[in-house]
Design a protein around this ligand. Sequence first.
Ligand SMILES: Cc1ncc(COP(=O)(O)O)c(C=O)c1O
Length: 432
Amino acid sequence: MTTADAGPAAAAAAYAGLRRQDPELADVVLGELERQSSSLQLIAAENFTSEAVLAALGSPLANKYAEGYPGARHHGGCELVDVAERIATDRAKALFGADHANVQPHSGSAAVLAAYAALLRPGDTVLAMGLPYGGHLTHGSPANFSGRWFDFVGYGLDPETGLIDYEEVRALARTHRPKAIVCGSIAYPRHIDYAAFRAVADDVGAHLIADAAHPVGLVAGGAAPNPVPYADVVCATTHKVLRGPRGGMILCRRELAERVDRAVFPFTQGGAQMHTIAAKAVAFGEAATPAFTAYAHQVVANARVLAQALAGEGFDISTGGTDTHLILADPAPQGVSAAVARGRLAAAGLVLDTCALPHGGAADVTVGDGRGLRLGTAAVTTQGMGEGEMARIAALFAGAVREEAKVRDAVREMAGRFPPYPSAGRGRSAPA
Ligand SMILES: Cc1ncc(COP(=O)(O)O)c(C=O)c1O
């Protein structure tokens, strides 16, 4: 049996065991598998991991306590998990051309928290994209540690183009003299000009933190610019286009390695989650293959076709298209709000988020509560869908928003032709 074969077999066995021991919980797990298999996941932040990644996540490494770093742990018995973490960090460094990688952050937010802890002191000024334009909660929300402990200044987006106005960023930086500048967003469909941010940071003597949670998978596949040569610290998630387990990581220059490592452990986290780190290693290995490069480019090609087709259906597409996996669509021309549209789409099996929109009036709030619809092509591309399917999704999407009949059945049929985990069945029908 090859490593790749271990996943399906392990998954099938795990589901069968779970069903015998805990039918109540098995119902939730298999019901969720069925939901993911019978609807289309257009949430821009989601993807389907490989079965090998799932196998690592469900492995005995989940049992291991491992505070500290390889070769310097506070617990015994870490010899093998040390190997896993070294593989993960070596693969991350090679994949992104970074001097140093820390693969322990439990999430993207934990990575950002550690980056701030490494570079800032409470009360420092930070310049980041304003939340109403697509800044993340960790970029200064008053409901988050970031807004409570630091003094955030927000840059916006050009109301006409929806693009970052680098002159505005420079002007704000010169006025407020931030200690750090954050570039990155939950909803920016275009490439970020990291060299322009670097120039502004150098102009005012600020650190540059790239929060590449969204584009990092495209970077791995060579389909988006790499922030590593420009930013002092790069924070990322591993579970979006990158197709790894739910988690975070930090990449940085050699000089900052010790500060970053101490900021993760012991400053902001305790024991590393070794099963997740092993799964990150598997994902980084997958991301280094030509197949992943092809995948990343297909994600973008699919997003471009989907954006164009949605425009053809009468949706207003922010920035006129996309360079990435992510599309922002305004449903207003259809005469419905984003919240109503999202409900109709969900009922049809098209799962996505509402989101802030930069154009056409005052920018609004954050994911879950905005005037726009945010969708992405990472998951459907993993399922093997191409440009033809994107055109079909756009038609189904428009049909669902306009409440035309039979869309749910068509979505179910389409999803059924592209099962995310073929060997695990479709949820409640999984092999017992
Ligand atoms: C730009 C950005 N930063 C940070 C995060 C936080 O990641 P997590 O949800 O893993 O904490 C996200 C999540 O979507 C994000 O988009």
